[in-house]
Design a protein around this ligand. Sequence first.
Ligand code: NAD
Length: 430
Amino acid sequence: MDRYSSFANSRAGRLVVRGVGLPRPPVLRRYTQGEPDPEGPFLIGGSGRLAFRVIPLLAGTQKEGERPRAVVCDATGVTDPAGLAAVYSFVQPAVRDLLPNGRVLVLGTPPARCGSPAEAAAQQALEGFVRSVGKEIGRRGGTANLAYVAPGAENAAESTVRFLLSTRSAFVSGQVVAVEPAPAEPAHGGPVAVVTGAARGIGLAIVGVLARAGARVVAVDLPSAGAELAAVANDVRGASLQLDLTAERAPQRLVRYLTDRYGRLDVLVHNAGITRDRTLAKMSPQEWDAVLRVNLAAPAAVTEAVLAGPLMPAGGRIVCVSSVSGIAGNRGQANYAASKAGLIGLVRSLAPTLANRGVTANAVAPGFIETDMTARMPMTIREAGRRLNSVTQGGRPIDVAETVGWLAEPGSGGVTGNVVRVCGQSLLGA
Ligand code: NAD
């Protein structure tokens, strides 16, 4: 927890903060292994294609008099604007009762798949509704998200419903996730995962989450980070590979390593990234090139090399770590924002072409996450980045890692081509 949040949540700090009218960042509940995932009580309502499928997924349903921890509204039955009144009538009293750190999840039909303009209008309205609810309940650590589940994808939505209701999604709010029909996953033991930039920060956390899910993880980072990298890999009984991803033939070396050692790659996480911040007028060609090469050219080349042969089987997952800067742009980050927007383009192009191979491609876009990268920011920019979101605090590497973990799950085959922000509903680019 950052210093202001600790102070504001101390006994003396609470009084001061309340007295001068400053926000008190809520203490976010995060997942610890073994706890119910997700945890009830759940309040499930609405009508459509999904409510009766969601009820059996969620062990605890609400008992008389209990306040809900999570509210699920099936809005797939809303076919015109008048029907939105039912969403209001169900969610409005529920939100009033919601426990701190609560969850609101609305399930809808993708507007592009609707049968009429009236239905599409009503379904699109859900976006504005959910994003506003997120901004309201964020003050108490709550999140609100929308899953557009395509007709025929009802069986593919479980991993997404669970993730968005659980404490694994503590810093994911105001997001719209599309779920498409997906075939049942072929079962196999111990998927092989590669995480780049794994020696520290977000990459380190991703290694932990994938290993927790049973993956054999190959942690990749620069030779200069070799000692930390080896420690990260040892911790999860994984392997470490020292590799500068921008070096000549680095993608081929990685593919050769995986082919020789495992003969397969199931999960590829492009996390390595650098910043060289400077306003464009002052930016040197070296600063431009370095960022574009590490953040965009390397992931594109590695992806191409992996997909050129049979290394990634059906059920494969590609996840790019983009950034909110890649969506909104950021002063002093023309190089970085271009590289991170480029990753979104990569994912959007890959997703439809890989669908017939049973492979998904998605991006996560972190907002302000407390790591070495953000610790180096000037104090005023850092403080603004931390506070300007619905939960008035920075996220943690684990928040990004849990999101990657959900996208990498075998059950997330219907989630592809998505860009999921992990930003506590940052005002940047909102
Ligand atoms: P970090 O600087 O702590 O870690 C990045 C890792 O990438 C380092 O271990 C570094 O050695 C490695 N790396 C750099 N160049 C490499 C290369 N050529 N080959 C192999 N490895 C290389 O950064 P972080 O904060 O953990 O960020 C991880 C990812 O998340 C990055 O892509 C970053 O752009 C993105 N991101 C971070 C934030 C944030 O707030 N921290 C926000 C948005 C996006």
